[in-house]
Design a protein around this ligand. Structure first.
Ligand code: DAT
Ligand code: MG
Length: 143
């Protein structure tokens, strides 16, 4: 998910470009303003933590881009491409390292496990919004 700061700062195209040129396949995508209920569910694992209220307020503050991205090793690869949670500690070359300064404005979210990906996908998309298709470069991406 490209968070509201990423949308406001005009980073949507550059972030999607990184995902596409890596070779990962976007199989669902939407721009929407998350309501409080969906945001609270999305970040349920952080409920009760001191930053939870601000996090929900921030994530619902404007349009964000939700995506389902597919590919071999995609979950850990996207987490690496996103960089450390705190952009100050994120390596240069990562999205947060290149585009962010503070933890509460870290531009992008990525699911952290197959279980959380399944939960988050079901929260944000219905089955009919997720597309199965072949990218023409797949034989050149996969051995
Ligand atoms: P990540 O987004 O890298 O998976 P996380 O799941 O630990 O990180 O936290 C979710 C989001 O919550 C994170 O992207 C930014 C915010 N956050 C996390 N820890 C925070 C903290 N100590 N202070 C403020 N915001 C925080
Ligand atoms: Mg997380």
């Amino acid at each position: 998910m490209i968070k509201p700061d990423g949308v406001q700062r005009g980073l949507v195209g550059r972030i999607i470009q990184r995902i596409e040129e890596k070779g990962f396949k976007i199989v669902a995508m939407r721009l929407s303003v998350m309501d409080k209920e969906r945001a609270e569910k999305h970040y349920a694992e952080h409920a009760g933590k001191p930053f939870y209220g601000d996090l929900v307020e921030f994530i619902t503050s404007g349009p964000s881009v939700q995506m389902v991205v597919e590919g071999k090793g995609v979950i850990s690869a996207i987490r690496k491409m996103n960089g450390a949670t705190n952009p100050a500690e994120a390596a240069p070359g990562t999205i947060r390292g290149d585009f962010g300064i503070e933890t509460g404005r870290n531009v992008i979210h990525g699911s952290d496990s197959p279980e959380s990906a399944a939960r988050e996908i079901a929260l944000h998309f219905s089955d009919s919004e997720i597309f199965e298709y072949k990218r023409i470069d797949e034989p050149w991406l996969y051995e």
